[in-house]
Write a protein of this length. Structure first.
Length: 201
């Protein structure tokens, strides 16, 4: 269980742990018992807050567990499940950010920002996932406009646009190009030199 939790960066929900870390023959109840055991051993911390409890591996423990996971037969499957969870979160958030629950979705993306970044890099390494990569980068960039991490998420957007799997014209690429152009234009308008010129005029 500990090894299968190692793809999580930062904190994570019980529902995500059940989906990512459960072995093929494990039930949700068995996963919960295993997580409770890790908490009792102080290998996993509980972080109460919001509407649900979240969990976090100590960083030294996570690094050790990641080393143990590396090269195992189930490594790629576990990392793939982790990425899939957060791609689905980003896809749902892309819709939610446009609705009445915008702030709720921004909170969810903020809580899982580190996991979304991990998912981005996993998806980038998978063949045939160019459109998914663009969607993920676009959602993170949109979220960052009001919650910070603008430079990090703009970097992801630029990396997604430069990825070999995203070069064919498509709606997702067009949206990503537009978002990048708008972000770079805003950034240029906020440069100290530009402000100074405006003040001088």
């Amino acid at each position: 269980m500990l090894c299968r939790l190692s793809p999580f960066a930062g904190s994570f929900s019980l529902a995500a742990a059940e989906e990512v870390a459960a072995a093929e023959d494990e039930t949700d109840a068995q996963v919960l018992d295993a997580i409770a055991s890790l908490v009792d051993k102080s290998l996993l911390h509980m972080e109460p807050g919001g509407v649900s409890v979240r969990y976090r591996l100590l960083e030294t423990v996570r690094q050790y567990a990641a080393q143990r996971l590396a090269g195992r037969d189930d490594e790629q499957a576990v990392r793939g499940r982790h990425a899939a969870v957060y791609v689905r979160l980003a896809d749902a958030a892309a819709q939610g950010l446009e609705g009445a629950d915008e702030e709720l979705w921004r909170d969810r993306l903020e809580a899982d920002n580190a996991n979304l970044a991990v998912a981005f890099h996993v998806v980038a390494a998978q063949p045939g996932q160019g459109e998914t990569l663009l969607r993920l980068a676009e959602t993170l960039h949109s979220f960052s406009q009001t919650r910070g991490a603008i430079a990090e998420h703009l970097g992801m957007l630029l990396a997604a646009l430069d990825h070999p799997g995203t070069q064919q014209p498509a709606a997702a690429r067009a949206r990503a190009l537009l978002a990048t152009s708008e972000a770079l234009t805003r950034g240029a308008g906020q440069q100290p030199g530009r402000r100074g010129t405006a003040q001088g005029n």
